[in-house]
Design a protein around this ligand. Structure first.
Ligand code: GLU
Length: 318
């Protein structure tokens, strides 16, 4: 192991790539293995690690509980970076909602990624076409630590409902919920996630099911009152059982870090993604429509990290 490292360092020096940086390990918080955050983290690490010999950075992206778990791990210094929904980036930085009294001043935005519609998939035999049909049903609200479950809480509050309005509110992880739907343990599963994704696909191909419309006054008000929410559509035909477009609302997945993470580390990570942008976009269909400009301008509410800003300025992107 030591010998290999040494060889890589000498190789890089012989190639004239300046002095080799000291080895540094960075960890990126993702989400469940059947979600898209896991692919975001794995993709970023893959690009960072291609350049390890030069940058000294070694990147890993383990599966986690999701947005809230990632933000909290970055705050505690247990992780360096992570993926988080734009609503939870906003609340963590501003000390609102779940983060009331727990403001994370040092939270920094790096870039935003794909859109994440608030998604509900129901068993067809449960007769749920609209969110309002979920009263009295068995619903998987999602695992604690996920942005998905936290956004479900926001929707319930906006509608004047509580979890008690469901006959069951289970907290299964994304990887467990398709099977629960198929086994008739729940009537509906919920997931704020990019599309297409493995968890919803698995549910749709396991049991006759349909996507559920999320609209109406309470949702319109949520969108009007909060800059991080927008109307969203899940395209018809993406999953079996849902041939028409499904209307809902959504957030953006964002990539965040802490002001305590050194400038050159964040700079190298951004460079790895933006210098290899076409390669990055091919790593998941949800990344296909991304643009560099959009990733810098949309979905971020915390200040940009200095290392990210440095790269964007150098690249003429801002
Ligand atoms: N938006 C979800 C969350 O924060 C995660 C989605 C994913 O893993 O792709 O919990």
């Amino acid at each position: 192991m030591k010998t290999l490292r040494y060889t890589a360092m000498v190789g890089a020096m012989l190639a004239g790539t300046a002095a080799v940086a000291q080895e540094r390990f960075i960890t990126i918080g993702t989400g469940g293995q059947t979600g898209v955050y896991f692919v975001v983290g794995q993709s970023i690490c893959r690009l960072v690690n291609r350049n390890s010999a030069e940058s000294g950075l070694k990147c890993t992206a383990p599966s986690t509980g999701g947005s809230i778990a990632n933000i909290n791990a970055i705050k505690a210094g247990d992780m360096d970076m992570g993926v988080a929904q734009s609503d939870w980036q906003y609340h963590a930085y501003n000390g609102t909602s779940e983060y009331e009294g727990d403001k994370f001043d040092k939270l920094r935005a790096v870039f935003s990624v794909h859109g994440e519609p608030f998604t509900i998939m129901a068993r067809q035999d449960a007769n749920i076409a609209n969110f309002d049909d979920m009263k009295g049903k068995r619903v998987n609200v999602g695992n604690p630590g996920s942005g998905s479950a936290a956004t479900m809480d926001v929707v319930l509050e906006a509608k004047g409902w509580t979890k008690g309005d469901f006959s069951l509110a289970s907290e299964l992880k994304p990887a467990e919920q398709a099977a629960a739907l198929g086994d008739n343990k729940v009537d509906a599963i919920t997931y704020t996630v990019g599309h297409p994704n493995g968890s919803i696909q698995e549910a749709a191909s396991t049991v006759e099911s349909n996507l559920v419309t999320v609209d109406g006054e309470a949702i319109d008000k949520l969108i009007a009152d909060n800059p991080y929410y927008a109307k969203a559509t899940i395209p018809g035909g993406m999953y079996p059982g849902s041939p028409e477009d499904t209307q809902t609302f959504g957030v953006k997945a964002t990539f965040v870090t802490s002001a305590d993470v050194p400038e050159d580390v964040v700079y190298e990570v951004v460079k790895a993604v933006f210098d290899n942008f076409d390669r990055f976009k091919k790593l998941h269909p949800a990344f296909e429509t991304l643009t560099k400009e959009g990733m810098i301008a949309d979905g971020n509410s915390a200040p940009l990290h200095a290392g990210a800003e440095k790269y964007y300025k150098e690249a003429g992107l801002m």
